[in-house]
Design a binder for this molecule. Structure first.
Ligand SMILES: CC(C)(COP(=O)(O)OP(=O)(O)OC[C@H]1O[C@@H](n2cnc3c(N)ncnc32)[C@H](O)[C@@H]1OP(=O)(O)O)[C@@H](O)C(=O)NCCC(=O)NCCS
Length: 171
């Protein structure tokens, strides 16, 4: 009889994450996204003057690390939503052995549920059809690049497209 997988989400503030978990999360993402070459400082530092904080999400299946995501949080510039945050999702990556099995959906859904008052923006490498399909299924829509709030615009080395998931959208 198959043992049902148990999932666990851990969330770390960039200032508080223990060094060994920081290194593990960076190595994990670099292995799943060859060519990105993230450094520990990329997960640790705050981008832009208005960035409030950064979270590193680590997802475990039966105690094995299977997913890592990092998000930067900014104040929402809309005056009517001044108590809310906007999220720039820097990266999300699943272990190769679980990709395509619905685990990324569970992981991203957990992150979105924890932050369900925030719009979430992401830049996706133009050639990454796998992740475009994934984000569209999760309720993200493609937007003109110019519509991305300026403060959420850290440099991106490759040709990219911009997607957003407005808060309150079903997934
Ligand atoms: C993109 C990624 C996070 C998705 O996680 P996942 O666990 O593989 O995705 P799921 O199994 O939950 O799939 C959900 C949906 O994504 C899409 N999808 C997943 N794999 C796909 C593939 N190889 N090609 C096209 N669409 C794909 C499908 O729409 C799928 O829904 P379906 O199974 O009903 O068809 C994961 O594949 C990954 O880590 N890729 C490498 C890193 C990366 O590219 N990250 C994104 C940019 S930061």
């Amino acid at each position: 009889m198959d043992i049902l997988p148990k999932f666990r989400l851990e969330v770390y503030d960039n200032e508080m994450i223990p060094d060994e978990l920081l290194i593990q999360s960076v190595d994990f993402v670099n292995e799943m996204l060859p060519g990105e070459g993230f450094e520990p400082a990329d997960f640790k530092k705050i981008y832009g003057k208005t960035c409030l904080y950064k979270n590193i999400f680590m997802y475990y299946m039966n105690d094995k690390l299977v997913g890592v995501c990092t998000c930067n949080f900014y104040p929402d510039p809309d005056p009517e939503r001044s108590d809310e945050t906007l999220i720039y999702m820097m990266v999300i990556a699943m272990d190769k052995t679980v990709q395509g099995k619905g685990v990324g959906t569970k992981f991203l859904r957990s992150i979105l549920q924890m932050n369900n008052q925030s719009d979430v923006w992401i830049k996706i490498h133009k050639g990454n059809d796998q992740s475009k399909g994934f984000f569209k299924k999760m309720g993200f829509i493609k937007m003109p690049k110019k519509s991305m709030p300026e403060m959420l615009n850290p440099s991106y080395r490759k040709p990219y497209e911009v997607f957003v998931r407005k808060c309150g959208r079903a997934s």
